[in-house]
Ligand binder design. Structure first.
Ligand SMILES: [Cu+2]
Length: 113
C-alpha cells in the first residue's frame, strides 16, 4: 500500500518535471552595436514566464558583459567575445534589470511572470 503511494508520487513528480520542461521557452537576446537586440530589433523590455531561458549572444567585434543585480535574478556572465553565448534561467517572478558592465548605456528589463 505504502509502496503504491510512493510509486504514484514518483509518477506525479516525473509528470510535473516533463510538463515544466515542455512549457519552458528559450529566447535569444543579442548584443549588437552596443544594444540589446531581439529578433533584429532593439529591445528595452521583454516578458518571459518563470522557468524560461534567455541566451545572451554577443554579435559585436568587442567584448560584452551581461549582469543583473535584481532580486529576481542576480547573475554575472562575465566578459565574452563575439559569437559566444551564455544562458540564464529566470526561475522567479518579478522584474530583472539587465546591464553590461563594459557599456553603461546598455540596459534592458525582463519581466518574469
Ligand atoms: Cu557591452
Amino acid at each position: 500500500m505504502q509502496i503504491h503511494t510512493i510509486q504514484k508520487l514518483i509518477v506525479a513528480c516525473l509528470f510535473a518535471i516533463v510538463s515544466l520542461g515542455i512549457s519552458a521557452a528559450e529566447y535569444t537576446v543579442e548584443q549588437q552595436s552596443k544594444q540589446f537586440v531581439k529578433d533584429g530589433k532593439l529591445v528595452e523590455k521583454m516578458t518571459v514566464n518563470a522557468g524560461d531561458t534567455i541566451h545572451f549572444k554577443n554579435q559585436d567585434p568587442w567584448f560584452h558583459n551581461v549582469f543583473s543585480l535584481s532580486d529576481v535574478k542576480t547573475f554575472d556572465l562575465g566578459s565574452y567575445p563575439k559569437g559566444e553565448s551564455k544562458a540564464v534561467v529566470f526561475d522567479k517572478a518579478g522584474m530583472a534589470e539587465v546591464e553590461c558592465a563594459i557599456h553603461p548605456q546598455m540596459f534592458m528589463e525582463i519581466e518574469v511572470k
